[in-house]
Design a protein around this ligand. Sequence first.
Ligand code: C5P
Length: 226
Amino acid sequence: MLIVALDFSTDEEAYRFIAPLSPNDCILKVGLQLYVAAGPTFVKSLVAMGFKVFLDLKFHDIPNTVAGACKSAADLGVWMINVHAAGGPVMLEAASNSLIGYQDPPILIGVTVLTSMDQQQLNAINVNQSPEEQVKHLALSCANAGLAGVVCSAQESEMLRQEQGQEFILVTPGIRPADSDSADQQRIMTPQQAMSAGSNYIVVGRPITEAVEPLAVIRSINRAIA
Ligand code: C5P
């Protein structure tokens, strides 16, 4: 399924983009930029419009604070939330436990290694594993803590599908339709390639948000991955 990244700087821009869309077209991702500008009221309004919302705030703090943030996010009625797997097992368990008791809790996933982190960047923070080894390790720690899945590069989907089985949710950004510009994403895959590699959800931002006819691009991606 398709998740569209609403990387806008104001709620006006986001509302203008959403106007022609219906909840059947795609899931909406609200990340740090838009959340800091538009806040919980905006997120609640998307939920009230019937959209599934992935609140991509990548929590990373002490366990108690992360647990509280997860509860606040769950209270907004969003469909999916995430935390940094590098926050450690105790933090991941606190996040997972914080959602016990919710009737319809958001899906909780972990961020493994950001795609902006290459070997050199990992070495700089004293992680001397390859990015792939680190992703595998952090995905296992997410699974052990009861998280439903991870955000990862589609290049890692096949490996993680094998490691973690069929139920583990893989959400993959860095996707570019075959005919679009790669912008600043380095290791890209097309929507079809990502789904064949085992991704459950693909995240696409600029190829849709900057298109002249966003709905046409959304429909063409939906056809490609149907
Ligand atoms: O515009 P584009 O399709 O590159 O947007 C991708 C979205 O996925 C952005 O919202 C970006 O923050 C997010 N993302 C990413 N790489 C990650 C994690 C998240 O590109 N590793």
